[in-house]
Structure formats: structure tokens, C-alpha cells
Design a protein around this ligand. Structure first.
Ligand code: NAP
Length: 292
């Protein structure tokens, strides 16, 4: 079996499942999954992310709407936009691309989204439900990570999982998910104030790196045979490439490759899974599988 956990391959399986199920609900129930994107300002990376998500929606047979608004939009105008989508029956999921312009409070915006349309899983109701183990929308990147573990038949029960990073969008929800009875891991979360981090990570059977620091995890951080999930997306200078940079993860891939049991590459690992799980969440919203 290959050591590489191929996120591209797994995500294309999920996308084709989503496409087939979408065709069925369109035919049988006359329902087309609908996703609304809101993007404020002209951050080039955010624009590319939204464009790619919109393209994935088209390929899945979804209806999607993108509201690209200027960076000086007021908070109340943005809230009105969200309220409009909350009451739009054709829209089953709402995604506000982060980060928002500095004058807008992201908490207020996220809380304004109807939690039944919160396909990003960032609304406090969904965060709370994830934590107590109720059915809810689960953030796409953490869900993509556990879906990779599941589809690769990686044993999780009783395994020691160490997560580096405690963000609300990756680290914390990954920890909540891996604690659930369907995974039954023993979970430790590390962060920038963790003392002697290597002594913790070197006990991990499953190591999830979500830090945002290129090649942070070296060979001497890991246990022989462990499974490494590299969430990081870092741009590093590389004069040998046409663009002058390359994308790398939080793990020193080449340094860790021989020692680990399995590893996700960057790019081509967790990244493609995130979009696939956004489609999955939106389809589940349209089918009423999460909140009826
Ligand atoms: P974030 O909000 O910046 O959080 C980073 C976390 O890493 C924080 O908890 C921070 O600790 C911790 N950290 C930073 N330096 C550390 C150090 N030296 N030792 C130990 N912990 C350290 O980042 P994020 O949003 O979770 O994203 C993390 C990475 O994943 C980024 O590269 C991002 O681009 C990537 N990402 C990828 C996807 C995808 O689809 N593949 C999705 C989301 C994010 P403190 O809390 O103590 O500050």
C-alpha cells in the first residue's frame, strides 16, 4: 500500500458521489443544492479560493451565487446580505470567505448566518453541537481529515492523536472529532506555548500539523510508523520555479517520509478534501440530513 494519502484521489471520489446524489435529488425531489458565497474586498488569495469553490459547485451540479462586495461595505450591509440568503429557499448553504476587512467583526457575521445553513460549521450552535457529539455541520477541513483517515482504513481507536495548532477552524474541531466514539482517539492539542513540543509529538500515532509554519515538523518530532496529516499551506521563496515561490506544508515531507507510516502531501493532501467536504455539507443541507 502506498505511504502517500492522496487527497486528490479521495476528494475526486467524494465529488463524484456528491454529483450522483445531486442528480438523484434533482430528479426525485426537484431540489438543486444551492450555495451562496460572500466575499468582501479584493484579497487575491480569497478571490481564488471562492472562484475554485464556485467551479466545484458547477461541476457538482449545484446552484451557486457569489456576492463579491467592496472592502468598504458596512457591517450592517453585510448583515442584510446574510439575512437575504437566510430566507432564500434556493440557498441551502452560506459561506462568508474569511478574513473579512478589519472594520467588520467576524463573530457578528458568523452568528448572523442561520446555523441550519452554516455549511462551514463555524456558528457557535454547530461548534457546541460538535463538542457535545450531536449531529451538526462540521468544519470542512477537519471533516476532510477524518474522512481521509476513514477511507484509508487507518485505525484510530485507542491511538494517540497529537494536534499542533488550536485554531477554531482546524485544531480545535479536529480534536473534538477525533475524541468522538467513531474515532476514539486519545487526543492532545499543542500550541505555541507548549513546553518541549517534540516530547509530545514523538508519542503520536496520528500527528496533525496545523500551524502555518513551513517544514516545522522534522524527523526527530515523529514516532516511527506514525500517520502524518499536514494541514499547512505555506508559500516559500523558490527561485527555481516560474512564480518565484512554492507551496509547502508544516511538515518536512522529505525528512519525515521514510520514518512515518503514512503522510499527506502538500499540495494534494488536505487542501482538495476541504472543497469536497464543503460540497458534501451543502448536499446534506439540501437533503435535510443535518437539521431536517
Ligand atoms: P492559525 O489560526 O494561525 O493557528 C495556528 C496555530 O498554530 C495556533 O494555535 C498557534 O498557537 C499554533 N502555533 C504557531 N506557531 C507554533 C509553534 N511554533 N509551536 C506550536 N504551535 C504553534 O492557523 P489555522 O487557520 O489553524 O491554519 C494553520 C495552517 O493550516 C495554515 O498554514 C493554513 O494556511 C492551513 N490551512 C489549510 C487548510 C486546507 O484546506 N488545507 C484549511 C485551513 C488552514 P497559539 O494558539 O498559541 O498562537
Amino acid at each position: 500500500m502506498s505511504k502517500i494519502i492522496d487527497g486528490k484521489e479521495i476528494s475526486s471520489q467524494i465529488k463524484s458521489e456528491v454529483r450522483s446524489e445531486t442528480d438523484i435529488i434533482k430528479k426525485e425531489k426537484g431540489v438543486t443544492p444551492g450555495l451562496a458565497f460572500i466575499i468582501a474586498g479584493d484579497d487575491p488569495a480569497s478571490r481564488v479560493y471562492v472562484k475554485n469553490k464556485g467551479k466545484a459547485c458547477d461541476e457538482a451540479g449545484f446552484h451557486s451565487v457569489t456576492e463579491a462586495v467592496p472592502g468598504d461595505i458596512t457591517e450592517s450591509q453585510l448583515l442584510d446580505l446574510i439575512r437575504g440568503f437566510n430566507s432564500d429557499e434556493k440557498i441551502h448553504g452560506i459561506l462568508v470567505q474569511l478574513p473579512l476587512p478589519a472594520h467588520i467583526d467576524p463573530k457578528k457575521i458568523i452568528e448572523a448566518i442561520d446555523y441550519k445553513k452554516d455549511v462551514d460549521g463555524f456558528h457557535p450552535v454547530n461548534v457546541g453541537k460538535l463538542s457535545i457529539g450531536d449531529n451538526c455541520f462540521i468544519p470542512c477541513t477537519p471533516l476532510g481529515i477524518t474522512e481521509m483517515l476513514r477511507r484509508k482504513n487507518i485505525k484510530t481507536e485507542g491511538m494517540r492523536a497529537v494536534i499542533i495548532g488550536r485554531s477554531n477552524i482546524v485544531g480545535k474541531p479536529v480534536a473534538s472529532l477525533l475524541l468522538r466514539p467513531e474515532f476514539n482517539c486519545t487526543v492532545t492539542v499543542c500550541h505555541s506555548k507548549t513546553a518541549d513540543i517534540k516530547s509530545v509529538t514523538s508519542e503520536a500515532d496520528i500527528l496533525v500539523a496545523a500551524i502555518g509554519r513551513a517544514d516545522f515538523v522534522k524527523k526527530d518530532f515523529i514516532k516511527e510508523g506514525c500517520v502524518i496529516i499536514d494541514v499547512g499551506i505555506n508559500r516559500v521563496e523558490d527561485k527555481e520555479t516560474k512564480s518565484g515561490y512554492r507551496i509547502t506544508g508544516d511538515v518536512d515531507y522529505n525528512g519525515c517520509f521514510d520514518k512515518c507510516g503514512m503522510i499527506t502531501p502538500v499540495p494534494g493532501g488536505v487542501g482538495p478534501m476541504t472543497i469536497a467536504m464543503l460540497l458534501r455539507n451543502t448536499l446534506d443541507a439540501a437533503k435535510g440530513e443535518i437539521y431536517g
